[in-house]
Design a protein. Structure first.
Length: 285
């Protein structure tokens, strides 16, 4: 009966110890998961804050990165110390319970088995803690590599955007310059044609006047009686021709002025569109 009681007590203690270990492991796993989520949120927030602060200069970014690394090292040291303290407290509590139970039961065999299992559990717990630390460090290193790759990709995109904007500005400036040169060449050609037309008109008028004067001189020789009428008629015809040519010249000047105004309005409208597009692009950027 004494041996049976001892066996029942040993089995009860084994079941109680397994239940207590399972509860402890579940609590530790829940705490580890919560701590892991908190650590991930903290790492994501700090990485985002570091990415925003990168635009202030490389020195400030390096300083923030070093400060972040020191804080992470301090945080890991503090977390490891807290885990160690909790483990020590748990170990001391378990040892005190085991000593009390040993004093009550005086079962040396059970005490040796429990002690060996406790040592195994402690060793396993230490190995789990070391594995978790190694996993956290590897995860942090992967997050750092991903952040660095994203930063380099963003820098490359920014340089490409700057090059695209510069190329677009140069292309727009070249196109405007070509349009202005074409307009200037057209204006010069038109002006040259107008000068040639006026010169030809003047020569024609001079030749016509000379012909009229020669005919008038011949008619004056032949018909001295009608000299005054012929002179009046010739003067009227010449005045009318001069007025017609002057009117045609005024029309040409007005058309040229209108074309210049239309060209200036088209150029101003194009500059306004380009400025609007540029402002919209800058606001979007």
């Amino acid at each position: 009966r004494c041996f049976y009681d001892q066996k029942i007590l040993y089995k009860t203690f084994g079941v109680w110890k397994e239940w207590w270990t399972a509860c402890r492991e579940r609590n530790l796993s829940l705490r580890a998961a919560s701590h892991y989520r908190h650590l991930l949120y903290n790492l994501v927030f700090k990485a985002w804050r570091a990415y925003v602060c990168q635009q202030q200069g490389k020195r400030y970014k390096y300083y923030v990165a070093e400060s972040h690394a020191k804080k992470q090292k301090l945080l890991r040291s503090w977390q490891c110390w807290l885990v160690y303290v909790n483990v020590q407290r748990t170990k001391h509590g378990m040892q005190s319970v085991a000593m009390a139970f040993r004093e009550r039961s005086c079962l040396r065999v059970s005490w040796a088995v429990w002690r060996r299992r406790l040592y195994q559990n402690c060793t396993r717990h230490k190995m789990n803690v070391l594995a978790l630390q190694h996993w956290a460090q590897s995860l942090q290193f992967r997050a750092w590599l991903q952040w660095r790759e994203l930063y380099l990709y963003r820098q490359n995109d920014k340089q490409k955007e700057i090059r695209a904007v510069t190329h677009h500005q140069h292309w727009e400036l070249k196109r405007c310059m070509e349009a202005w040169l074409g307009y200037l060449h057209l204006s010069r050609a038109k002006k040259h044609q107008n000068e040639l037309a006026r010169e030809h008109h003047r020569n024609r008028i001079v030749w016509q006047c000379f012909s009229d004067w020669q005919l008038l001189w011949e008619h004056r020789r032949r018909m001295h009686a009608h000299q005054k009428d012929i002179e009046k008629l010739a003067s009227r015809i010449a005045l009318r021709r001069v007025f017609v040519h002057w009117e045609h010249y005024v029309v040409l000047c007005v058309e040229e002025t209108q074309q210049c105004e239309l060209a200036e309005e088209h150029y101003k409208h194009r500059l306004l569109v380009l400025q609007k597009f540029w402002n919209r692009w800058k606001s979007r950027l």
